[in-house]
Design a protein around this ligand. Structure first.
Ligand code: ADP
Ligand code: MG
Length: 476
């Protein structure tokens, strides 16, 4: 492998980021005079703090800034393998970090920079996780283990099946076929099986690759008239894992090869694990003989995580962000709001933590809403002023008519101010609009209410808790 300490030579080395949170106080929008190189240094320091020295040194450190033009940043990686890995694991992250530093940036491209190869080749030996990497296939992601996989109703069948395959003892099903829509943990479970088999069966040959890579390798072996060594390398695996098999739908010669590979692995008593984004019955464009082979094994689905599972996953992911303080209300908010899949959920958490480090602001509910505005828009339903008024009246056990009346007694005036405050915060309505809906009041009254509640909240923890609870009730 060719990762290394010297590989980033073309950049000014990151000198002092050892585990520290680097970019305190950096503005979201740096001025145009800040050179791309200095932004890159800030991002590098951030990446190191975020992913830890080990991941950073293995994957990210060798990246070098190649060019910045218009809205595209180009980064160079010394080998095809590392470039692939960066693309599939860090691309979105890199894009976000760049965009946060320099809003003009919309794309981050990862290219293979041969110039970096020589520097990388003479570098220090690769870290342990990388040294174990098989000669074929793709390395396993160190973060994807059984320990870091959170089990709930939605995924327990898949999890238990994966553990059985990974224990190394006899199995009474083969292959294991995992399916579920994107971002629900299929790849995570596969890598976990790989790590576990390596420790349960020392010396076992573990091969993991996407079906896409299977096809690319196969096609290039055919072109080079070297399919024999391709076949041999795959079929000598003790555990073969092919991810996202829906990709080879309709690709006939690849399917032919895939079928023979499956057969050989299974009849030799080796383990085979396959994933797809849908069940075998729904895999259109895949040959019947492959499908019936799959049906011989165990088919386990992964369903979307429910609220409890989303919450537990966030708490698990927090362990990897030891520097970050994210309050319970923010975690609860994310778990309620981001329901599509775990990848998005994790992405949202990473994003607020990254932004908070970059701009040096603490993470509270408002900050989270702001940073995730675009993601939330897709999920959000509209909150109305009516609804806020009803729920606030309910909460304080007063009549709705009193809340809207001219009465100035404190037991109705304070809830009214709270309701105005929430209307301002949770709806896009203007101050005059809100005033009108509160018994035809003036916009300055609303403004005063909003300010008053903000001030009171800072010292009055009871009021603060009321507002947090109400926000949760209204914005469920
Ligand atoms: P898929 O392959 O199904 O598209 P991944 O395995 O890539 O999904 O998962 C997406 C992200 O969500 C990964 O970072 C993974 O660690 C995380 N993830 C998914 N499910 C879980 C879980 N049950 N516990 C912990 N992390 C999970
Ligand atoms: Mg996957």
């Amino acid at each position: 492998m060719t990762h290394g300490k010297q590989a980033g030579k073309r950049c000014v080395p990151v000198t002092d980021a050892a585990g520290r949170s680097p970019a305190q106080g950096v503005s979201l929008f740096l001025s145009g005079t800040d050179s791309a190189e200095s932004i890159w240094q800030t991002i590098r320091a951030h990446l190191r703090a975020e992913y830890g020295a080990r991941t950073y040194d293995s994957w990210l450190k060798p990246l070098a800034l190649v060019s910045v033009d218009a809205d595209t940043v180009t980064l160079g990686s010394p080998t095809h393998f590392t470039a692939d890995w960066i693309r599939s694991h860090f691309a979105e992250r890199l894009r976000l970090l760049w965009a946060a530093q320099s809003p003009a940036v919309r794309h981050v491209r990862i290219v293979v920079e041969n110039g970096l190869r020589a520097a990388a080749a003479e570098s220090a030996p690769a870290p342990a996780a990388v040294r174990e990497e098989p000669a074929f296939g793709v390395a396993l992601e160190p973060r994807y283990t059984f320990d870091s996989f959170v089990v709930g109703k939605a995924n327990e069948l898949a999890y238990n099946a994966a553990r059985t395959v990974a224990e190394g003892g006899p199995i009474d099903f083969n292959p294991l076929f995992l399916h579920g829509t994107t971002g629900l943990g299929k790849t995570h479970l596969m890598h976990a099986i790989g790590w576990q088999i390596r420790s349960a069966m020392p010396g076992a040959k573990v091969v993991y690759m996407s079906a896409e890579k299977f096809m690319v390798e196969f096609v290039s072996a055919m072109r080079d008239k070297d399919t024999l060594s391709f076949k041999h390398r795959l079929r000598s695996a003790d555990l073969l894992m092919i991810d996202d098999v829906q990709f080879i739908a309709g690709k006939d010669s690849t399917q032919e090869e895939f079928f023979h590979t499956m057969n050989e692995i299974i009849s030799a008593g080796k383990r085979l694990v396959i994933t797809a984004d849908r069940s075998p019955q729904n895999l259109e464009g895949i040959e019947n003989r492959i499908l019936s082979r799959l049906a011989w094994g165990l088919v386990a689905d992964i369903n979307p995580a429910d609220y409890e599972l989303r919450l537990s996953i966030l708490l698990e992911k927090m362990k990897r962000l030891p520097g970050a303080t994210v309050g319970e209300d923010v975690i609860d908010f994310l778990a309620r709001k981001i329901t599509s899949n775990v990848r998005e959920l994790e992405g949202a958490l990473n994003r607020i933590v990254a932004y908070s480090t970059l701009v040096g602001k603490p993470i509270d509910l408002d900050f989270a809403r702001q940073v995730l505005a675009d993601v939330l828009k897709a999920h959000d339903r509209k909150v109305t002023i009516d609804e806020i008024q009803r729920k606030v009246a309910d909460y304080y056990a007063i009549k709705l008519s009193d809340l809207l009346s001219a009465r100035r007694a404190r037991e109705v005036a304070r809830p009214r101010q709270v309701a105005m405050f929430l209307a301002k915060r949770l709806t896009p309505r203007s101050l005059p609009d809100i005033g009108r809906r509160f018994g035809g009041r003036d916009h300055t009254t609303v403004m005063h209410a909003v300010k008053r509640i903000e001030e009171l909240r800072a010292d009055d923890s009871e009021l603060d808790a009321d507002i947090t609870r109400l926000t949760r009730i209204i914005d469920a």
